[in-house]
Design a protein around this ligand. Structure first.
Ligand SMILES: Cc1cc2nc3c(=O)[nH]c(=O)nc-3n(C[C@H](O)[C@H](O)[C@H](O)COP(=O)(O)OP(=O)(O)OC[C@H]3O[C@@H](n4cnc5c(N)ncnc54)[C@H](O)[C@@H]3O)c2cc1C
Length: 314
């Protein structure tokens, strides 16, 4: 078998059928067969997925999910891909991207953002409307859906703090769940355990604020990020979750002398040991091998079991 892109596309079409693609078009999606993931994730690595589906609106996203569920076809939802490590080679999966589902509106001190809105845009929208509450989130990569899914947080702030409710779709109904029902925890929420629920958007609460003060704090947050994080290289941010409040993973890895340790194209950042960066040509296997190595060293020396914050999609 000759594994050209053409052959790959032909075999995907054979597996799912031409009608499958036509249905997705009718639901308002762009459809890409055998799509390379490296252009869709901040790590800039990874192989091809069978079908990459891009709904063009919220309605299109809902119809697509309903269709895939009715057809019993498992799929993965992709936000901005800033926490994902797609596997090397061919990944037998369907991916639904939320990138074009990006509506924003405000009502007094509340902001409604649909799932594909980038956090950068959300923060700038809050600033423009003189709303305080997202200052510490400025510079946080990723989408609203991704941040809610993992309760992203930084500098003592967590996404959950601003959430009033999350709009979800379970394949049948669209409804709102409250912050309490979303069961937010450290880098976790109900969406991690209940894979049935797709986040469509969220209502956030803010406080009225003074624009100059909000902007000043946002710029300060951004300055901190540029100072401490290796933003000049592709990565997926902090690799490991903090195992307990008093254990700083980056510091622990640094104390093991592992800054700059490299496997293939993946390297433990010289700037922040909690990050693995793509120095050029890194594969998912390089990242995995480096993660395994660090976990073993940390277990051996500190007796601590590390869990990854980044997700491997194989
Ligand atoms: C340089 C850098 C710095 C970072 N700094 C931080 C930081 O300070 N704090 C922090 O918490 N994180 C940080 N991250 C990690 C990442 O940016 C966040 O986790 C972000 O919230 C992920 O959002 P995303 O849209 O990219 O999600 P993705 O990576 O696309 O997806 C992450 C998970 O969310 C799920 N998901 C996405 N959208 C939906 C949806 N609509 N419905 C259901 N599930 C969904 C996906 O299926 C996947 O399981 C950083 C990453 C980078 C590259």
């Amino acid at each position: 078998m000759d594994y050209t892109l053409e052959n790959c596309r032909e075999s995907v079409l054979k597996k799912y059928g031409r009608r499958f693609v036509e249905f997705l078009w009718e639901y308002g999606c762009d459809v890409f067969l055998c799509e390379s993931m490296s252009g869709h994730v901040s790590f800039r690595l990874g192989g091809c997925v069978e079908v990459f589906i891009v709904p063009n609106s919220l309605e299109s996203l809902v119809s697509t999910i309903k269709f895939l569920r009715n057809e019993n076809l498992p799929f993965r939802v992709l936000g901005n891909g800033t926490n994902i490590v797609p596997g090397d080679g061919f990944i037998e999966t369907l991916v639904v991207s939320t990138e074009r589902v990006s509506e924003l509106s405000t009502d007094g001190t509340k902001i409604y953002a649909s799932t594909g809105v980038s956090f950068k845009r959300l923060c700038q929208f809050a600033l423009k409307n003189g709303l305080s509450g997202f200052e510490k989130a400025y510079g946080l990569p990723g989408s609203v859906g991704g941040a809610i899914y993992m309760n992203a947080g930084c500098y003592g702030w967590e996404t959950a703090e601003n959430v009033v409710s999350v709009t979800v779709f379970d394949g049948v109904d669209v409804y709102n769940i409250s912050r309490e029902e979303a069961k937010f925890d450290y880098r976790s929420s109900i969406f991690r355990t209940d894979r049935n629920l797709v986040i469509l958007g969220a209502t956030f609460t803010c406080k009225p604020g003074e624009r100059n003060a909000i902007e000043h704090e946002m710029m300060e947050t951004l300055r901190q990020r540029y100072k401490k994080q290796p933003l000049e290289y592709p990565s997926a941010g902090s690799v490991f979750k903090r195992p307990r409040q008093d254990f700083y993973v980056g510091t622990a890895i640094e104390e093991l002398g592992l800054k700059g340790y490299t496997i293939g194209g993946a390297q433990i950042s010289e700037k922040h040991a909690g990050f693995i960066i793509n120095k050029g040509g890194a594969s998912a296997s390089d990242v995995k091998a480096l993660v395994k190595f660090v976990k073993e060293k940390v277990r051996e020396v500190y007796g601590v079991e590390l869990e990854t914050e980044i997700e491997f999609w194989d």
